[in-house]
Design a protein around this ligand. Sequence first.
Ligand code: NAP
Length: 281
Amino acid sequence: MILIDGKKIAAELREELKKEVSSLKTKYNKIPGLSVILIGDLTPSQIYVKNKEKFANEVGLRSEVIKYPDSVKEKVILDKISELNSNDSVSGILVQLPLPKHINKQKIIEAIAPSKDVDGFHPMNVGNLSSGYQSSIPCTPLGCYLLIKKIEPNLSGKKAVIVGRSNLNGKPMTQLLLKENCTVTITHSRTKNLKAECLEADIIVAAVGIPELVKGDWVKKDTIVIDVGINKTDKGIVGDVAFDEVSKNAKALTPVPGGVGPMTIACLLKNTIDCFKRSQI
Ligand code: NAP
């Protein structure tokens, strides 16, 4: 079984991005910039943002974190986004989710200029991705896609089963694999026989949020299994895949932690650079 080392693959990607930033600097005499808006003091959000900033600096991006208290008014955030939208030195804007209840997530997402939407959540980017046009692609599914391609460069005709249909993970993952000519089944909480669906798969991507949902006997030999889940349990952080059981069958499997997680941040940096490049055309 191949243990898909997301930490190592993400470090390699960051190294490539660092070189790219350096050559963009030479070519345009400026560097891509990422602006992150962080509202409130939720610990996981603070950790994510700190890591995003650390790795953005590592690859040579200009990065800033704009912090607001939980009580900030929605209008203040919308005004800040509008200011960042028209600032040429800002290539990418990210508003860290989740947001406090009084702030309308959809309104915030739609306020970000699609050309600077590094999360790929703006409806225009969602539509472009599903139409097969150029778009920002949500970072986690993009990271999963790159990991799958490392194991199997030619995905044409493969049967992929996506477990979970969230806008963040399952749906964009489906679009990415469809574009690679996979036959994709998207499953969710009302799917009748999830085990039977998974047993058909050459590729399984599990993005559910249920600890170790995907069992060893749900996976046929030679399946590539990507575990997006991050679940806090008594035995520590586990994924949506029963790692020990599934590793006996799968062709390749991501660990949790150290699989998809590191790729998510690397892909955010990639998206920022891609937004910058598109803005220079
Ligand atoms: P989400 O928005 O809560 O969506 C979960 C999906 O799983 C829903 O579509 C739901 O179906 C489906 N589901 C629930 N129970 C199911 C079951 N018994 N069988 C099949 N499907 C079921 O979750 P998310 O935001 O996509 O996140 C999923 C997991 O990924 C979480 O553990 C999260 O922490 C993790 N995550 C990791 C990263 C990373 O960088 N590694 C990034 C983002 C998220 P319905 O639509 O029918 O409700």
